[in-house]
Design a protein around this ligand. Structure first.
Ligand SMILES: NC(=O)c1ccc[n+]([C@@H]2O[C@H](COP(=O)([O-])OP(=O)(O)OC[C@H]3O[C@@H](n4cnc5c(N)ncnc54)[C@H](OP(=O)(O)O)[C@@H]3O)[C@@H](O)[C@H]2O)c1
Length: 223
C-alpha cells in the first residue's frame, strides 16, 4: 500500500514515515520536491538504523504528485493551510484513495491551549477538508492524540489509543490497519465523520494537562 503524507517534512510526517516504512511504501509530500526527497533520504537512514532493515520504502515528491499516487493520503498540514492545499490536491486523488485528517484547530492563548473552532467560531478541520473531497465518505479523522515526539522516537514503546471517525467502514478499517501497524497504538472508533470534532478537541485538552501538570507529551488510553 502506498501511503502519501502531505506536509510529510513536518514533525508528524516524520513520525508516520518512520513507523510505517517498516511495512509500507511511504511517499513524503512537500511544496518543494527537493525538500521532500531530502527528508525521505534522512528518514530512510533513521528507519534502517532503528529497524535494521525495512520492508517498505520512503520516497519524496511534490504534494500534487504524492496526492495522485497514493492509496491512503494523510493531510499532515497546519489547520490554517487546509483550503489552500486541499483545493489543489484533493481533486487529483484516485477514487479509491482514503484521506486521513490528523489536523487540529488549535491556538495558544493567555489561558492555555484552546480550540479555535469553539473560541473563534471557526470550522473544525474535518469540515474544511470535506468541502474539497470528491467522495466525502472517504475521509477518516485520526491521530489527533499522539505526539510527534513519541511517534518519531523509535526507541520508545507506545501504549496509546487513537480516536477514529469516518462514514465508510472500509476506509475506517484501512486506517485502523495503519494504526495497528504501529506497535502499541490501538484504534478506538468514535463514529461517523461528524463526530470528528470530539477527537479534534482532545488535543488542546491533552496539551493543557501537559503544561499544567508537568507531563511530557501525554497521550490517551481508555481503560
Ligand atoms: N505535532 C504534533 O504532535 C501533532 C499531534 C497531533 C496532531 N497534529 C496535527 O498534525 C498536523 C501536522 O502537524 P506538524 O506538527 O507535523 O505540522 P508542521 O510541522 O507545522 O507542518 C507540517 C508541514 O506542513 C507544511 N506547511 C507548513 N506551513 C505551510 C503553509 N503555509 N502552506 C502549505 N504547507 C505548509 C510544511 O511542509 P513543506 O514546507 O515541506 O511543504 C510542514 O513541514 C497539524 O494539523 C497538527 O495540528 C500534530
Amino acid at each position: 500500500m502506498r501511503v502519501g503524507i502531505i506536509g510529510g517534512t513536518g514533525g508528524m510526517g516524520k513520525g508516520f514515515a518512520l513507523r510505517w516504512s517498516h511495512d509500507n511504501d511511504v511517499i513524503i509530500g512537500s511544496r518543494d520536491a527537493t525538500r521532500a526527497a531530502e527528508s525521505a533520504a534522512n528518514y530512510t537512514d533513521l528507519a534502517k538504523k532503528a529497524f535494521g532493515s525495512i520492508n517498505g520504502s520512503i520516497t519524496g515528491n511534490d504534494n500534487l504528485t504524492v496526492a495522485s499516487d497514493s492509496d491512503v493520503l494523510v493531510l499532515s498540514i497546519p489547520y490554517e493551510n487546509i483550503d489552500s492545499i486541499c483545493s489543489v490536491i484533493l481533486p487529483e486523488i484516485k477514487d479509491s484513495c482514503v484521506v486521513v485528517s490528523p489536523i487540529v484547530p488549535m491556538t495558544k492563548t493567555d489561558v492555555g491551549f484552546e480550540c479555535v473552532s469553539i473560541k473563534d467560531n471557526k470550522p473544525f478541520s474535518y469540515q474544511l477538508v470535506l468541502q474539497h473531497m470528491k467522495d466525502r465518505s472517504k475521509l477518516v479523522s485520526a491521530f489527533h492524540v499522539i505526539s510527534e515526539k513519541k511517534l518519531a522516537n523509535l526507541s520508545l514503546t507506545l501504549d496509546y489509543d487513537i480516536f477514529v471517525c469516518g462514514d465508510d467502514m472500509e476506509s475506517v478499517y484501512t486506517v485502523n490497519g495503519l494504526i495497528d501497524n504501529i506497535e502499541g497504538l490501538r484504534a478506538i472508533y468514535l463514529g461517523p465523520v461528524e463526530l470528528s470534532y470530539l477527537a479534534e478537541m482532545s488535543t488542546p485538552l491533552l496539551l493543557n494537562a501537559m503544561i499544567r501538570n508537568k507531563m511530557k507529551n501525554p497521550g490517551i488510553k481508555i481503560v
